[in-house]
Design a protein around this ligand. Structure first.
Ligand code: PLP
Length: 404
């Protein structure tokens, strides 16, 4: 059975050119970029070339690129780094209620230290209102962090608008661009951001590698203290193969961005269009302001996890809108933020495409998903209630169809 990968927002296949660029840095060119000899020099040269490639993707200067271990570290460095740098100047942060945990958890950590955090709410379309962010600003606000696009429902946030507000008010602005870099244009000047996070493995680069863009002049304290690498902002011997792969991934993404986005958009629309013909199937998040590779559909009356398992048996890799934590099914904070009742959040399926996704794969997904949904609904008491026109509310998880 041919496997079909529709979980590209979780991780993406490494591009062949990226792998090829990385390989020599594991074998022949294994020097430490800080060393004075020729091994060190070739590692340093490769790292600086990667910095230039990364900067070009987002219209930054090479010296504004800090290499990190990925999106989580970049988000942590941005948020905690600003909190530490602005210590004594203010204690208020504004973010949204649909951020990735890599942003939400550092914010919660800072709350435990005494900082105050406003979580601006998104509308039922999954988009935050820039005016809500503006209204939350106080004279103690030191940072605004609003993601460029959401990882679950793919909604694109009004970052440019918020950037203007932040600039006018003189507040540092961070955006998590982990899901947008390489998929839609990301331009730090247009967006008006001072800090921007990228993760290489979401754009056909290696895992464990990422970028934090730091606008020149932005005060930032490091998380990792040591040898003073990366302009003193990220100590530790540089991951040269990872950095080379990140740079190459950025170069390839920039080169092919327009064509890849058009390819994914066409397939995504075919997928969404096909799935929405099913009874009680609804799109989560705005249809228009959405990543070209994201389809997130809720099928009422079923459990998304059960659907993912059934599709797995058919060779289709997808994910849900819910996170499984300690074996207890928890409603997704993103879907709850849309104002959906909890029972409706459980039946969501996230399908995320890449430049490698083919029309044949989408057609196979469209052939396999409807019978899987029907099979789960046939054993779902919630679905029976829904069809009988009975009111559903306070439905506990056991009311849904679980596999096994
Ligand atoms: N931010 C967003 C929006 C993400 O989707 C992810 C990963 O899923 C991260 C941050 C974390 O990135 P990484 O896996 O590189 O730590």
């Amino acid at each position: 059975m041919e496997r079909i990968y529709l979980d590209n927002s979780a991780a993406s296949r490494v591009d062949a050119g990226v792998l090829e660029a990385m390989l020599p840095y594991f074998t022949a060119k294994y020097g430490n970029a800080s060393s004075l000899h020729m091994f060190g020099a070739e590692a340093k040269d490769a790292m600086e070339a990667a910095r230039t490639q990364a900067a070009a993707l987002i219209n930054a200067k090479p010296e504004e690129i800090i290499f990190t271990s990925g999106g989580t570290e970049s988000d942590n460095l941005a948020i905690k780094g600003i909190a530490a740098a602005k210590c004594g100047k203010g204690d208020h942060i504004i973010t949204t209620n649909i951020e990735h945990p890599a942003v939400l958890e550092p914010c919660r950590y800072l709350e435990r230290l005494g900082y105050k955090v406003t979580y601006a709410r998104v509308g039922s379309d999954g988009i935050v209102d820039a005016n809500e962010v503006a209204k939350a600003i106080t004279d103690k606000t030191i940072l605004i962090s609003v993601m460029h696009a959401n990882n679950e429902i793919g909604t694109i946030q009004p970052v440019e608008e918020i950037g203007k507000i932040a600039r006018e008010r003189g507040i540092t602005f961070h955006t998590d661009a982990v899901q947008t870099a390489g998929k839609i244009p990301v331009d730090v000047e247009k967006l008006g951001v001072s800090l921007l996070s990228i993760s290489a493995h979401k754009l056909h680069g290696p895992k464990g590698a990422g970028i934090l863009y730091v606008r020149e002049g932005t005060p930032l304290e490091p998380l990792l203290h040591g040898g003073g690498h990366e302009n003193g902002l990220r100590s530790g011997t540089e991951n040269i193969p990872g950095i080379v792969g990140t740079g190459k991934a950025c170069e390839v993404a920039k080169r092919d961005l327009v064509a890849n986005a058009a390819h994914m958009l066409k397939l995504r629309d075919r997928l969404i269009g096909g799935l929405l013909t099913l009874d009680e199937a609804h799109l989560n998040g705005s249809r228009e302001r959405r990543l070209p590779n994201n389809a997130n559909i809720r099928f009422l009356g079923i459990e998304g996890e059960a659907l993912v398992l059934l599709l797995g048996e058919k060779g289709i890799a997808a994910s849900t809108g819910s996170a499984c934590s300690s074996k207890k099914l928890q409603a997704s904070h993103v879907l709850l933020a849309l104002g959906l009742p909890e029972w409706q959040t459980h039946g969501s399926l996230r399908l995320t495409l890449s430049k490698y996704t083919t029309a044949e794969e989408i057609d196979r997904a469209l052939a396999e998903i409807p019978p899987a949904v029907a099979r789960l609904r046939a054993m779902s008491p919630v679905w029976k209630k829904l069809k009988a026109g009975e009111k559903i509310g306070h439905v506990k998880e056991k009311g849904h169809a679980h596999m096994g």
